[in-house]
Design a protein around this ligand. Structure first.
Ligand SMILES: C[S@@+](CC[C@H](N)C(=O)[O-])C[C@H]1O[C@@H](n2cnc3c(N)ncnc32)[C@H](O)[C@@H]1O
Length: 263
């Protein structure tokens, strides 16, 4: 499937949109009936997916705090989604008000919401960009958002890389992003695991094949290889629940989370 076809286009309330479905799962209001229907089809197979969405969101915010407390003052939130509070800048700016966050997404729906909801928020820059073309936005980050890659940066790729198919070279994308980072930078990352319950994989695959919401479930070994060369912190690559605390329930859909530090 050509890359251009696996790309959300104009705002269309009659077609489901991955960012709006996720917004609905998190209890947000920026979604349409068509998105809610897709979410309910997922919830019918795996009712705990809403809880999982919150675990993933908490993983994101905890890793932001971790990087900010380690001294990082620049954050790139790639595949940022529709803004929902608490958001990345709110957590990071609690640690230091000077933190700057660039919210990157390839979806014009997300960009429009970002501009509407984050306009005028100090230190926050919504930007259109496609993770499959990192070189296209790295230069714009330098010039338009004054990101200084000689200083530590935290890159957040949470709930995004599983939308990148094998022929779009996910390992190469991570390598390009990792190579541009200065020592002391962080990469916080989640990815859907193929340990997910088989009927959910079947349902979500048949509902989304060829669309921008299509997910490539990968094995933990494949996902771990994406983070090669980074010093893993915390529990390493593990289901997001393990990052958040003891005794959290496992879920039918398994999302792996990891935070790596560049030496
Ligand atoms: C499940 S949401 C995750 C949102 C946010 N990162 C979070 O964890 O709350 C996935 C987001 O990734 C975005 N996305 C998917 N493929 C992308 C790509 N190739 N480039 C940039 N963003 C992408 C979608 O538009 C959507 O907003």
């Amino acid at each position: 499937m050509p890359e251009a076809e696996r790309m959300p286009s104009v705002i269309d309330p009659t077609k489901p949109n991955a960012a709006r479905v996720y917004n609905y799962m998190l209890g947000g209001k920026d979604n349409y009936e068509v998105d809610q229907l897709v979410a309910h089809r997922m919830l019918a197979v795996a009712p705990d997916t809403r809880t999982l969405a919150w675990f993933c969101r908490q993983f994101l915010l905890d890793s932001v705090r971790l990087a900010a407390e380690a001294g990082v003052r620049q954050f790139l939130d790639i595949g940022a989604g529709i803004p929902i509070s608490p958001n990345v800048h709110e957590v990071a700016q609690q640690v230091d008000a000077s933190v700057r966050v660039v919210s990157i997404d390839y979806d014009p729906v997300v960009y429009a919401h970002g501009n509407a909801l984050l306009a005028g928020v100090p230190g926050v820059f919504p930007m259109l960009g496609d993770i499959r073309r990192p070189m296209d936005f790295i230069e714009r980050l330098r010039t338009e958002a004054t990101i200084d890659f000689d200083q530590p940066v935290a890159i957040l790729i949470v709930g995004v890389l599983h939308y990148v198919m094998d022929d779009e070279h996910p390992a190469e994308i991570i390598r390009v992003l990792r190579d541009v980072l200065a020592p002391g930078s962080y990469l916080a990352f989640t990815h859907a695991s193929d340990n997910t319950q088989a009927d959910f994989i079947e349902r979500s695959s048949s509902d989304t094949v060829g669309s921008s919401a299509q997910v490539r479930y990968r094995s933990p070994a494949t996902v771990a290889a994406f983070l090669d060369g980074l010093e893993m912190v915390g529990p390493g690559l593990a289901p997001v629940q393990e990052w958040l605390g003891d005794d959290l329930p496992s879920t039918r859909v398994v999302i792996l989370g990891g935070v790596g530090r560049k030496r």
